[in-house]
Design a protein around this ligand. Structure first.
Ligand code: UD1
Length: 364
């Protein structure tokens, strides 16, 4: 049996770990050990995703919680190290680019357990983003690098990472979307929110660069208000964003401008809502990928993306916080422009199987 310690900590991790977990069980010969760091802990940021995605109850809960970057990363290391020493897994699988990813990878390499990084090689080339630091360091420490797209492979090669460590396997997040899309269509979320297919926009924003400063948050709110003049905007808020809107005294203004402030939604409800939207405004990375496959126009309210394939081969448009660009793009959305679903190579629902096909021979 190959013992694989799989780590999830924050919301965007669950939809990446779930297909890998399932693929290991289907393949046989693997003993997956599911560790939840507790970086995210609210029901609607965490447990609802495990339920929707069919993940088991974690074997180990580290209970790390919120804190500064140093606190969070260090707590993951401190709490994971004894688990690694006791269980001695053959490999640790980390996904994405959150603080839990970095903390777990660092704890593992230090006790000489090899690390496999899923979603390796994505680069925004902006080192002020905490995720960019997490990506660079996790990739530098990993023995196996599972890349979602050719641009990611090229980034890793340019950093001098040995070619034999890099495996182009496709996008595991799309595995989850593929396996749950049909079930998501049974969600009654549109009725609950009182909206009709194609007649609303979905917005999600939580990046520190957009919501932590009052000036940028005001620009974000301006953009949403402007969009709401064309179509109702459903702002599905991250706890961080809701808190910041209240602190900046902007919550009431948002609501009065026709933007509906919603609590976070589970995976199935959100997938349903996104799949039937006229468009999405976001600063999330995963949503740029999901809208590409769904054929839903996506406006990314950031200056750059670490997922350029969603622009070159998908439905994504990187508009920053530029008022004119957003206005022009929203006008096109309001006219009902719908795009063809796009599928970058290997975004086919089978990425996790390819990962397991590499892990099997390597560690047996
Ligand atoms: C983290 C990731 C980010 C990812 C995002 C998805 C890092 C550096 N960032 O950012 O890449 O896109 O998750 O959500 O790892 N909070 C709650 N309940 C929770 C979790 C958080 O209320 O369950 C609040 C806390 O006030 C916390 C704040 O949200 O301080 C931020 O949480 P944190 O995990 O530090 O970062 P995210 O912004 O969620």
């Amino acid at each position: 049996m190959i013992t694989v310690l799989e780590v999830a900590g924050a919301r965007p991790n669950y939809m990446k770990v779930a297909p890998i977990h399932r693929a290991m069980l289907n393949a046989g010969g693997f003993a997956p050990l599911f560790v939840h760091t507790g970086q995210h802990y609210d029901w609607e940021m965490s447990q609802v995703f495990m339920r929707d995605l069919g993940l088991p109850t974690p074997d180990v809960e580290l209970g790390v919680g919120s804190g500064s970057h140093a606190e969070q990363t260090a707590q993951v290391m401190l709490r994971l190290e004894p688990v690694l020493l006791e269980r001695r897994p053959d490999v640790v699988v980390v996904v994405g680019d959150v603080n839990s990813t970095l903390g777990a990878a660092l704890a593992a390499v230090k006790v000489q357990v090899p690390v496999a990084h899923v979603e390796a090689g994505l680069r925004s080339f902006d080192r002020t983003m905490p995720e960019e630091i997490n990506r660079l360091l996790t990739d530098a420490m990993s023995e196996l690098l599972f890349a979602p797209s050719p641009d990611a492979v090229a980034n890793l090669a340019a950093e001098g990472i040995a070619r034999e460590k890099i495996h182009l396997v496709g996008n595991v997040m799309i595995d989850s979307l593929e396996s749950l899309f049909r079930r998501a269509q049974d969600s009654d979320v549109l009725d609950r929110l009182g909206v009709k297919p194609g007649e609303y926009l979905v917005a999600t924003l939580h990046r520190p660069s957009n919501v932590d400063g009052d000036a940028s948050l005001r620009l974000v709110v301006d953009a949403l208000s402007m969009a709401a003049a064309s179509l109702p905007v459903l702002l599905v808020t991250h706890p961080r964003t809701r808190k910041r809107l209240a602190q900046a005294g902007l919550s009431e203004r948002v609501a009065s401008d026709g933007v509906q402030l919603l609590d976070p939604l589970g995976y199935l409800d959100f997938l349903c809502l996104m799949s039937r939207a006229a468009g999405v405004l976001t600063d999330s990375g995963g949503i740029q990928e999901e809208t590409t496959v769904l054929g839903v126009p996506c406006l990314t309210l950031r200056d750059r993306t670490e997922r350029p394939i969603t622009v070159t081969e998908g439905t994504n448009q990187v508009v920053g916080l530029d008022r004119e660009r957003i206005e022009e793009a929203v006008r096109r959305l309001a006219n009902g422009q719908r795009l063809e679903p796009r599928r970058p190579a290997l975004w086919d629902g089978c990425a996790a199987e390819r990962i397991v096909d590499v892990l099997g021979p390597r560690f047996s």
